[in-house]
Design a binder for this molecule. Structure first.
Ligand code: EPZ
Length: 422
């Protein structure tokens, strides 16, 4: 079991290049299957979730080439449409195969997804969308069997703002007969990225990025080339790490507009942030102010960064309250931060932090992807050595983490020794 050894207390400084967005990549790859020709996706991050999708598509018989940071996908030779449970268990975003295969073949048989431990991860809104388009759904021992003779456009209202359901309905509706309107759609940049790819393939999608998306079904979709947008969550994680270590870091290959809520909150805390084109400079100095954070769908403060910013707020003197309005159980990092000496407790769907206390390096375990990011940040800001296990979670979403941190002056090494008693 690998672990990170973090010798904290160094201020991060220098430049870091942000990779392509994980939450785009895991949707763009299955979306490419809809084309009657090869699709090239560039700026792919080399992370576990992308590797799992590559393996899945190979197993399904697609022609896939994955070199450096680009993947060429040709779904025409796809043989079998049944995806065994095992593979998808490891990949939450495997559910995009439902929309892609349904949209392409009129049928999809894919196991229910696995993924992070953030509490319940229902998919009822995905199913509501598919049924509205005319699909029949059966849950056959955890394998969703979704079939439709002919998908027909429909007006679909999402009771909750859901990134996954919005994207999945777009995938299924791209070649349906007639007009589909998604109301109360999610507005995340990753949704715009998927709509851009589909339109480059010949789809007719309008309104992505707003809460009403119109999809006029088309007969066929063709191959194309697409470059993924930068990962705003990876970028936010490095911004918070720079602030937490009183550093001076320039992030390159970012879209500042995608980070407005994060920038505003960090400035409120007392972090100095300058935007310039596709770069953001983050300087942390002096005392930080305790603040309240409330997550909400884009363009609000992202739930994926509530855990990392909690690590920073342990250093802001005073009481901060971090409330996650999207995942009410996304607090498994709190116990680990307490082991490091943080004065923090969970009340309902909030973490209440009594900040300003020094943390101490110790052994901690990441339980999910962004909890892992929070613990890396806590280790970086803490004097002494922090030993972090659970890297299989972090590897899902942070490309070249050790290299990037090392180039910013962090003293971090990855130790592949056997698991020690915790
Ligand atoms: C996406 O998950 C992201 N994952 C998550 O990032 C992110 O936290 C989340 O959006 C919210 O921004 C990917 O894009 C692969 P949702 P998704 O559907 O699509 C409820 C990370 O760390 N809901 O927007 O699964 C759901 O329980 C990951 O990179 C239903 O009730 O999230 C949640 O409370 C973690 N029924 C809320 O909606 C449904 O059918 C938002 O979920 C679907 C969702």
């Amino acid at each position: 079991m690998d672990k990170l050894m973090i010798n904290g207390g160094q201020s991060l400084s220098g430049k870091v290049v942000i990779s392509g967005a994980k939450n785009s990549a895991v949707a763009l790859i299955p979306a490419a299957l809809l084309a009657d020709g090869p699709v090239v996706i560039e700026n792919l991050p080399r992370i576990q979730d992308v590797q799992i999708y590559y393996d899945l598509l190979k197993e399904m018989g697609a022609d896939v080439l994955f070199e450096d940071d680009w993947m060429e996908i040709d779904g025409r030779p796809l043989k079998h449409l049944y995806i065994p449970n095992g593979r998808v268990k490891k990949l939450r975003a495997s559910y995009y195969l439902w929309g892609a295969l349904l949209g392409k073949f009129g049928e999809a048989r894919v196991g229910l997804p696995g993924g992070c431990d953030l509490g319940p991860r229902p998919v009822d809104l995905h199913m509501k969308g598919f049924e509205a388009l005319g699909a029949r759904i059966e849950n056959q021992n955890g394998v969703m069997s979704i079939t439709a003779k002919q998908l027909k456009g429909a007006r679909i209202y999402l009771d909750l703002v859901s990134v996954g359901a919005t994207i999945n309905i777009m995938l299924a509706a791209a070649k349906a007969e007639g007009l589909t309107v998604i109301e109360n759609a999610a507005r995340e940049p990753e949704i715009v990225d998927v709509a851009t790819l589909l339109n480059n393939m010949g789809a007719n999608i309008k309104g992505a990025g707003t809460d009403i998306i119109r999809i006029q079904g088309v007969e066929r979709l063709h191959g194309c080339r697409h470059t993924i947008i930068p990962d705003r969550i990876e970028a936010g994680s490095y911004m918070i790490a720079a602030a937490a270590t009183q550093g001076d870091v320039v992030l390159e290959n970012v879209i500042p507009k995608h980070l407005e809520a994060v920038t505003a909150k960090l400035r409120e805390i007392g972090v100095e942030i300058d935007e310039d084109g596709d770069t953001i400079r983050v300087r942390g100095h002096g005392k930080y102010r305790a603040v309240d954070v409330k997550t909400s769908p884009y363009p609000g403060f992202p739930t994926d960064l509530q855990q990392p910013i909690t690590a920073l707020l342990t250093q802001a003197k005073g009481v901060s309250i971090v409330t996650d309005n999207i995942y009410g159980a996304r607090f498994r990092h709190v116990d680990e931060l307490r082991r490091m000496g943080a004065s923090i407790k969970v009340e309902g769907r909030s973490a209440v932090i009594d900040g300003g206390k020094k943390l101490l390096g110790t052994k901690v375990i990441a339980s999910d992807l962004r909890a892992g990011a929070a613990l890396v940040i806590a280790g970086l800001l803490t004097e002494g050595t922090t030993e972090l296990e659970g890297l299989e979670h972090i590897d899902r979403g942070y490309e070249k983490l050790v290299d990037k941190l090392y180039s910013l002056g962090a003293q971090v090494t990855r130790d592949s020794s056997k698991r020690t008693a915790h």
